[in-house]
Design a protein around this ligand. Structure first.
Ligand SMILES: [Zn+2]
Length: 94
């Protein structure tokens, strides 16, 4: 599997599944193990979107509609600082 195929939206969705189940997510592109995440959405319903990224290679994935578990930090839609600290992410082309 080449790097481009590995860095797919599907691979990042799997990474999200691992994160929320308390497992370490591994970057599908470079293998780095400290994947970062930011969740933004409705704090009442916990519905929103997620950004995952690798601090090592800057690749990442976008999860357009997720149910964010209670134990994950989530920022509100209208929070001006919702995306503070999120780097420029290189998303998969697919
Ligand atoms: Zn990486």
């Amino acid at each position: 599997m080449n790097a481009k195929a590995a860095n797919s939206a599907h691979a990042w969705a799997l990474g999200y599944a691992r994160l929320v189940s308390g497992e370490a997510a591994v970057c599908p592109a470079c293998g780095h193990t400290e994947i970062q995440a930011r969740f933004v959405g409705d704090l009442e319903t916990r519905l929103g979107y997620g950004l995952l990224w690798c601090p090592s290679c800057s690749r990442g994935g976008r999860l357009s509609r997720v149910n964010v578990p209670e134990d994950f930090e989530m920022r509100a839609w209208d929070d001006d600082a919702a995306l503070d600290g999120v780097p420029e992410i290189r998303f998969p082309a697919d």
